[in-house]
Design a binder for this molecule. Sequence first.
Ligand code: NAP
Length: 289
Amino acid sequence: MIINGYTRTCGVMGNPVEHTMSPAIHNTLAEELGENLVYVPLRVPKGHVGEAVKGAFALNLLGVNVTVPYKSEVIPFLKEIDPLAETIGAVNTLVRVEGGFRGYNTDMPGLYRAMCEDGVSIEGEKVLILGAGGVARAVAILVAEKGADRIVILNRTLEKAQKIAEEVNGLAGKQLASALELRAYLSLPGDGYLAIQATDVGMFPKTGEAVIEDALFYEKIHTGYDLIFNPAETRFMSLVKENGGRAFGGLKMLLYQGIIAYELWTGAEVGPVLAKKAYAEMKKAMNIL
Ligand code: NAP
C-alpha cells in the first residue's frame, strides 16, 4: 500500500477499539480495488463523541464506523440520519455529506445479506429471538420488515422483551411479536423455529456456555443463527447441530456490515470473489483458519 498526499482515511471510532477486525476488511477491499484509502482504529474517550464527529469531518475523513459504546450516543451529532438507522436507534456508519455526516446502520443489512448468502430465509418463518438488548431489538425490526410470520422474543428480563414486542407490533400494525421469559422456553408453542441468538452468552472467553442447554428446546429449532463471531463456532451452534438443525455464526454479519459501509463510502460494488477474499483476511486476523 502506498500512502501519499491523495490517500483518503476511514476508521472506526469506539472504546476500546484495539480488538477491531474492521481494518482487515476495509484495507483488503481498498487494496484489491486499487483505491487509495486507508482504514485505522480511532479510540474515542468517554464524553468526546461530539468532538470526535466534528473533528473527523474537519479532518476530511471519508467515512467512519462507530462501534460500542457509541452507536446511539453518536446520533445527536449527525447532520442527517437514514430512516432505517433512525428506527433501529443505532448508527454504525457515518458517510460524508454537505456540512457533516449522514448516519446509517449497516449491521442489520449486513445480517440480512449474510443470511441470504447462507440460504436462510425469513419470509413466512416463525422467528425466535434470544435476548432483548440493542442488537435483538434491531433484529426484531429486521425480521418483521422481511416478512416473518411470527416473532417470539425470549429474554431473561421479561419486561425488555415485552417492550420490543410492543414496538414491533406498533411498527407492523398487527400482533406479530410476543415476549416470553427465558426460563419458560418449554412453553414455546410448537416447533420449526428459526432462532437468532442475540445474547452475549457464549462469547469469548466464556465459550463453553449457551443461553439454554436443554435438548428439548433445540428440537424446536430448524436453523440457529448466532450473532456472536468469537468464537466462530459457539456452543449454541453445536447444540443446534447436535439436535438436527443447521447453524451459522456471526462472522459473515461482521463481514457484510463492513462491506456495505465500504460501498456507501466509495460507491464500489463488492462482488462475491472480493467478499470471499476480505472474509479470508478477516478470519486470518482473528486466527481462524
Ligand atoms: P446487550 O444490549 O448488552 O444485550 C445483551 C443481552 O444478553 C440481553 O438480552 C441480556 O439479557 C442477555 N444476557 C446477558 N447475559 C445473560 C445471561 N447470563 N443469561 C441470559 N441472558 C443474558 O448486547 P447487544 O449489544 O445487543 O449485543 C448482543 C450480541 O450481539 C453480542 O454477543 C455481540 O457480540 C453480538 N453482535 C454481533 C455483531 C456481528 O457483526 N456479528 C454485531 C453487533 C453485535 P437481560 O436483558 O436479561 O440482561
